[in-house]
Design a protein. Structure first.
Length: 270
């Protein structure tokens, strides 16, 4: 780590990092931003070979010693920067003082699904916070991969990355051009493809039939519209999560969390 503190907001490296908030620049550079001490720590621990540089504020913070140690251990460049320089690299209203530039961590969809028993497929999920929350829930439930299909939000979008709080680096993440590509990869990997849909069979029925214990790729649709008839035509069956109270519906991330855990419980009880 150099003793020089990066203080020029107009420097080339600051501008290149700041450009990564845009999808076209992420594609062009093959990199993305990871913000916050927890997410940067997870990147350094679980995917250090992808971390190109860490920019950290020059103001003493409780997390600095650990990040300094991890960056030094993994041979990752760590640059001290002023708080306003770190802020200039992000769109966060209240930056947490550390940001890393990381190489694209996605894997091919076939590789993501291969050998898996529990996979989450997001189809036309547009809200970054929801997408990140589903990915985090999939990680917590022990899923083997998450696939972003069709017109879903970019999994490397800064808001998605932030909302995963590091789970992005715990399991394979892939992007598929269309739902059909994700479904094909899942089937070739031996997974049943099950949609979460309000018109599906009751969850209790699937539980009683022990259908949730099989290797499964869950398909979750758009937050507002769910899954279209065209999309549902590609799945093996669909399951409905019942609402016992008076709520009109469940948030996508909440519903996905319940269903992924249902599969996780069933698979682990066999």
């Amino acid at each position: 780590m150099s003793d020089v503190i990066l203080s020029n907001r107009q420097s080339g490296r600051v501008k290149r990092a700041a450009a990564l908030v845009r999808k076209k620049d992420r594609r062009a550079q093959g990199r993305f931003l990871v913000e916050g001490p927890q997410a940067v720590r997870e990147a350094l621990v679980h995917a250090p070979q992808l971390v190109e540089v860490v920019y950290a504020t020059d103001e003493a913070q409780p997390w600095q010693l650990e990040l300094d140690r991890l960056a030094d251990r993994e041979g990752v460049e760590l640059v001290r920067a002023t708080a306003d320089v770190v802020a200039a690299m992000t769109e966060t209203v209240t930056p947490q003082g550390v940001v890393a530039v990381v190489a694209d961590c996605r894997v091919p969809v076939a590789e993501a699904c291969a050998g898996g028993r529990l996979v989450a497929i997001l189809h036309e999920v547009r809200d970054p916070g929801n997408a990140g929350a589903v990915l985090r829930a999939a990680d917590a439930a022990g899923a083997d991969a998450v696939v972003f299909a069709g017109d879903s939000v970019d999994p490397l979008h800064p808001k998605v990355v932030r909302s995963t709080t590091g789970s992005l680096f715990h399991l394979p993440v892939a992007s598929a051009p269309a739902l059909e590509d994700a479904v094909l990869a899942a089937r070739e990997a031996g997974l049943a493809v099950v949609a979460a849909d309000v018109g599906g069979a009751e969850l209790a029925a699937s539980r009683e039939e022990q259908g949730l214990a099989e290797a499964t790729a869950w398909v979750f649709g758009n937050e507002a519209r769910g899954l279209s008839a065209k999309a549902l035509a590609h799945v093996d069956r669909s399951v409905r999560l019942p609402i016992f109270g008076r709520a009109e519906s469940l948030n996508l991330a909440t519903a996905a969390s319940v269903l992924l855990y249902e599969s996780a419980f069933a698979q682990r009880s066999r």
